[in-house]
Design a protein around this ligand. Structure first.
Ligand code: NAD
Ligand code: UGA
Length: 457
């Protein structure tokens, strides 16, 4: 008999790891994770988990079957739960009003109605997905529209984990944010959710706020992080014109304790499923409230991100004598960042599309994301191959493009790779990852982001 029953609807990048960590630290609670995607649940119940995260396998194998369960019977699991976390996806709307900007809340609304239909007693419903500010009001209206007179208390508890470091972020978060209503029932629900995190998070790191502040803070945190990436990338373009070095500039600027050193790494721009969608959502909300200047301000963060990727493709074409038709180019990395197999909004997609449109032949290598690459580029089938071995990918290639910051790319034998490539051999390091001087000494022409090229030509 468990002391409390927690249900999580949505077994994705957030629901799976978050619930595994809760189950690990709260052995007296039962944690059930449900999803409509049967294949995903089957993999959560296997040795081949549906997502790759360092440290995740160990935790899941320790707690699965003890107090962590993955299931597909969503309706049946609802009524037994005291607290329901909802971490379904909230992508950008692709149709109708707000298409291309607003968050698509259809999965959330379906879930709210499922909760309502299958409940016979009060519950706490926790917003784990990232949602537009004031969503709790709309969800509340749906949940309150019941004749059973059941009370549902909505609490906002956005997730700040980053992929690739999800377990570390969940185990030792900078903060946990929980927003609830000021009412007695709101504060009682708040306490219940705080109690979960208190099992392993120091109390001073558990922040409480109003529901609206909590919902908005999540969007703002992502917008600020993305803004830093676009800020440094905009300056990288200026560095390339002036022979300043972006790494030196970032270091000098980041050592100001008011600015700080994190998120100042210039590269191909940000990818991932959330930064773009959350900024689009923020601009949509601002516009809806008549704040068009605010919306324009944040739109620029996205504009610089696309510009950075276009710029990089242009540099490759220009350096390779203005034509890459039929040339083999090795792409090292397709995931949107290292240590994940996720390719959603990966900068590699736009870079590869740009090269494929110029009729290059690509050999794509990634330690974890080749399935994603095949899907993301399916309209170019026949123009690219997937290679599990980086040496084969680079063999007979005219150039290597570093698109993801996987640490294993640093220790490859580039002298061996150089021997097998067409000459002149180019490296375009879109992540400023490799030892450029060493590569230059081997014989490569090296182009990087925001730093003077080391060119043989
Ligand atoms: P995801 O697509 O990996 O997972 C969502 C899951 O919800 C899917 O498996 C889907 O099948 C399931 N689902 C949808 N409707 C359902 C329903 N009615 N019943 C049961 N299951 C249903 O998404 P994710 O990356 O885990 O993101 C989830 C939310 O968390 C989003 O709002 C996102 O913005 C936010 N978020 C994501 C991250 C991240 O790193 N991925 C970090 C913080 C916050
Ligand atoms: C991001 C946030 O960091 C999380 O706090 C948040 O919870 C999450 O979004 C979300 O809401 O989904 P994530 O997208 O997983 O996490 O990964 P980040 O580490 O933030 O990297 C995002 C992108 O920015 C990557 O493509 C990365 O390569 C790029 N980046 C990051 C840079 O180009 N330079 C940097 O200095 C930092």
């Amino acid at each position: 008999m468990f002391k409390k029953n927690i249900l999580c609807i949505g077994a994705g990048y957030v629901g799976g790891p978050t619930m595994a960590v809760i189950a690990r630290h709260c052995p007296e609670y039962q944690v059930v994770v449900v999803d409509i995607n049967h294949d995903r649940i089957m993999r959560w119940n296997s040795d081949n988990l549906p997502i790759f995260e360092p440290g995740l396998d160990e935790i899941v194998s320790a707690v699965r079957g003890r107090n962590l369960f993955f299931r597909t019977d969503v309706d049946e699991q609802i009524d037994g739960a005291d607290i329901i976390f909802v971490s379904v996806n909230t992508p950008t709307k692709t149709f109708g009003l707000g298409a291309g900007k607003a968050a698509d809340l259809q999965f959330w609304e379906i879930t709210a109605r499922q909760i309502l239909k299958n409940s016979s007693k009060p519950k706490i419903v926790v917003e784990k997905s990232t949602l537009p500010v004031r969503t709790a009001a709309a969800i509340g209206r749906i949940l309150d529209s019941n004749e059973k007179k059941i009370h549902f208390e909505i609490v906002s508890n956005p997730e700040f984990l980053a992929e690739g470091s999800a377990i570390r972020d969940l185990e030792t978060p900078d903060r946990v944010l929980i927003g609830a209503r000021e009412t007695d029932s709101g504060q009682a629900a708040l306490k219940e959710v705080v109690d979960i995190y208190k099992h392993w998070v120091p109390e001073e790191k558990i922040l409480t706020s109003s529901v609206w502040s909590s919902e908005l803070s999540k969007l703002v945190a992502n917008a600020f992080l993305a803004q830093r990436v676009s800020s440094i990338n905009s300056i990288s373009a200026l560095c390339e014109k002036t022979n300043a070095d972006i790494e030196e500039v970032a270091k000098a600027v980041g050592m100001d304790s008011r600015i700080g050193p994190k998120f100042l790494k210039a590269g191909l721009g940000f990818g991932g499923s959330c930064f773009k969608k959350d900024i689009l959502n923020l601009t949509y909300i601002a516009e809806n409230y008549g704040l068009s200047e605010v919306a324009r301000y944040w739109e620029q963060v996205l504009e610089i991100n696309s510009y950075q990727q276009r710029r990089f493709v242009d540099i490759i074409i220009k350096q390779m004598f203005n034509t890459i038709v039929g040339k083999k180019i090795a792409i090292f990395g397709f995931a949107f960042k290292a240590d994940t197999g996720d390719t959603r909004e990966s900068p590699a997609i736009n870079v590869c599309r740009g090269l494929l449109d110029e009729k290059a032949q690509l050999a794509i290598h990634d330690p974890k994301a080749l399935d994603g690459a095949a899907k993301d580029l399916e309209e170019y089938a026949g123009q690219f191959i997937l290679e599990s071995d980086p040496y084969s990918a680079a063999s007979k290639a005219h150039a290597i493009v570093i698109a993801t910051d996987w640490s294993q790319f640093v220790s490859l034998d580039y002298a061996r790779i150089f021997e097998t490539m067409e000459k002149p051999a180019f490296i375009f390091d879109g992540r400023n990852l490799l030892d450029h001087r060493k590569l230059y000494q081997i014989g490569f022409s090296v182009h990087r982001i925001g730093r003077p090229p080391l060119s043989k030509l």
